[in-house]
Design a protein around this ligand. Sequence first.
Ligand code: NAP
Length: 277
Amino acid sequence: MMQLGLIGYPLGHSLSPEIHKAALKACGLQGDYSLFPIPSDDLEELKALLARIRSGEIIGLNVTIPHKQNVIPLLDKLTPIAQTIGAVNTIFMQNGLLTGDNTDIPGFLADLKHFIGIQNSKNENRKLALVLGAGGSARAVVYALVGDGWKVTVAARRSEQAQELANRYSVHVTNYASLYLPETTLIVNTTPVGMSPNVDVSPWPAIQQFPPNAIIYDLIYNPSETKVVREARTAGLPATTGLGMLIEQAALSFEIWTGCNVSREHLYKAVGTTCLE
Ligand code: NAP
């Protein structure tokens, strides 16, 4: 019986159990994926849960808000990618060491490339990205984009947060008042603006047009069509939400824990959709 799970708080909306239970079934493995809601200040509960990985009772855990940084001092080792980003979303035992990895980065990049690939875009070689927000997921997105050769501008309402990213990755910084960069070929929303239940708001200013050749990638996956994605599609631009990233990062974590590379199509079906939506 392979016990897996997710640490975070709150966890009511999580799609991860459906995805991982489908992965277990697809790989012919007996197991379960449970939610472990632990408030951000409950370090003792966090330590007790991690002890269950050390003992072998739990094989692996995913980590989400607010614990992606909190868990780091409690681990023995980080993979280079988790070390660089300073955030962990996957925990497992490796050579007797409690290890933290980050599959958000390859998960985002794999899904972005898949999405760009199905657009037949003429802009493939013009890699000019605008990232909205400068929080935890922005760090992973900026790291992934810079590593993939994109020239990145970060727009944030707190300039010191954006400046920290700029210092680390030599990206440009702007603010929401000067967002219109007409050459932009990719806009990534990493803010929670538009996430359920506040679905009637958009991170893109209402008075502002989208750059004419941009693809819009919204990390939010609930609702299945966010306001910014709907408006971009209405303006004739390719746009997607973050379900593909969620599926990719889950599949990569699952492979780390079990060695099984599960078909993505199978995981999309588990959450009631298909790959190309
Ligand atoms: P975070 O660390 O809290 O960062 C959020 C960022 O958004 C911060 O820079 C914050 O700025 C900014 N922000 C918040 N409200 C804003 C507003 N009203 N206007 C402008 N900026 C605002 O959160 P996160 O972990 O990066 O997550 C962000 C979103 O990404 C969430 O919706 C999450 O569900 C989604 N996500 C999806 C995936 C996936 O697999 N698809 C993975 C990770 C995250 P301040 O600091 O000024 O508040």
